[in-house]
Design a binder for this molecule. Structure first.
Ligand code: HEC
Length: 144
């Protein structure tokens, strides 16, 4: 399963080499999963900032991708893998249930918003809600 996800991420053009120096494959896979989330956020964010023309279909698709990627987070972090470049905190494995709950919040938020986007005014609350779901987990489980 993890291998398939990693291959998909490479196939979709996520910069696999942005994390050069990371040797642990589990750490690499979860970093690529996070990069994929960031990529989808950028799709929405660049429209929000007016850098790209508003495209409801693209926003709905990005939200669906975020929901799907969020559903992989627990399995990507299942192994307590460490790497000097990793920002993952030990609290993830001390409280895997709490960590999984944060991933579920992101998945549920993104999937409930996917398909609802109709105009550019929808972008601000979306950025806010999704951004909050990302940082709620980062605050507790990622060293920043
Ligand atoms: C359930 C917890 C959780 C959620 C939800 C979450 N993240 Fe993360 N994220 C992490 C952890 C833990 C790391 C550190 C991983 C590591 O360095 O091993 C991380 C790392 C990252 C990184 C750095 C990856 C790298 O290359 O080192 C980015 C970018 C990122 N997250 C973006 C996002 C975005 C955007 C969202 C929301 C759409 C999000 N994350 C939601 C837990 C989460």
């Amino acid at each position: 399963m993890k291998k398939i996800i990693a291959l998909l991420l490479v196939a979709t053009g996520t910069a696999a080499f942005a994390h050069s120096g990371v040797k642990d494959p589990d750490v690499m896979n979860r970093m690529m999963g996070m990069s994929e989330l960031a990529k989808q956020m950028k799709v929405i964010g660049s429209m929000h900032m007016g850098q790209e023309a508003f495209d409801a279909e693209a926003v709905n698709a990005a939200l669906a991708s975020i929901a799907e990627e969020a559903s992989y987070i627990p399995s990507l972090f299942e192994v307590e893998a460490l790497d000097p470049k990793s920002e993952a905190l030990p609290s993830i494995w001390e409280d895997f249930e709490g960590f999984t709950a944060k991933a579920n919040t992101l998945r549920e938020t993104a999937s409930s918003l996917a398909g609802t986007v109709a105009n550019a005014d929808d972008l601000r609350p979306i950025m806010h809600q999704i951004g909050q779901a990302c940082s709620a987990c980062h605050a507790d489980y990622r060293a920043e």
